[in-house]
Ligand binder design. Structure first.
Ligand SMILES: NC(=O)c1ccc[n+]([C@@H]2O[C@H](COP(=O)([O-])OP(=O)(O)OC[C@H]3O[C@@H](n4cnc5c(N)ncnc54)[C@H](OP(=O)(O)O)[C@@H]3O)[C@@H](O)[C@H]2O)c1
Length: 173
């Protein structure tokens, strides 16, 4: 049986996740959460995310980078030309699968017909940006956890949402 897909993202109310190749915010709580969650696991990510995250292969993480550039492969770093191939590679590795973006990878992952868990840090602000998380709010999810946080700049909610096989029939238009 395929592993559960974990999708992990921080996004603003207007679904912005990135700007100019980086994150438009710096939320220490969220960075700590993301690092702890993905440590020791398989992280599936696009080439830009990989190149801009020096810690991608630290703390026991096993990156599977989606890219046409096979030269990025090295011991401990796998590459794949599509999300489908990346997920096949990830299935063969030990650990849980965490989809870490960017935009197209999130879009393709969210559309997959398999059980998934969304680790969402929802930042309660409309933030300008140029990369987006796909709309998820119209899909049927079961909320299994939430806690609130805030720093000097933002209020945010850590949400864990599950989308199991039997929930597809409940998706709204
Ligand atoms: N807030 C968050 O939680 C979060 C999470 C992730 C990313 N971000 C933000 O998002 C931005 C980076 O993401 P991005 O969307 O610009 O780039 P990206 O997905 O990291 O990288 C894009 C590249 O990855 C490859 N690629 C991506 N999806 C592919 C697919 N489905 N099939 C084949 N190849 C694919 C291609 O590589 P090649 O050109 O090498 O073939 C493409 O040029 C940054 O601003 C970052 O801060 C934010």
């Amino acid at each position: 049986m395929a592993k559960l897909l974990n999708i992990i993202v921080a996004c603003a109310e207007n679904r912005v996740i990135g700007r100019d190749g980086g994150q438009p915010w710096r939320i220490a709580d969220d960075m700590k959460f993301f690092s702890a969650r993905t440590a020791g696991q398989i992280v599936v990510l696009g080439r830009i995310c990989f190149e801009t995250w020096p810690g991608a292969d630290h703390d026991g993480r096993r990156p599977v980078v989606v890219t046409r550039n096979r030269a990025l492969a090295r011991p401990g770093v796998a590459v794949a030309e599509s999300l489908t191939t990346a997920l096949a590679v990830a299935e063969s590795l030990p650990g849980d699968i965490y989809i870490c973006g960017g935009q197209r990878i999130y879009e393709e992952a969210l559309a997959l017909p398999q059980p998934m868990r969304l680790w969402l840090t929802l930042i309660h602000a409309e933030i300008p940006g140029d990369r987006y998380f796909p709309e998820w709010r119209h899909l049927a999810w079961r909320e299994t956890h939430r806690h609130e946080g805030q720093d000097a700049n933002y209020r945010y909610t850590f949400l864990t949402l599950e989308r199991l096989e039997d929930m597809r029939s409940r998706d709204r238009e």
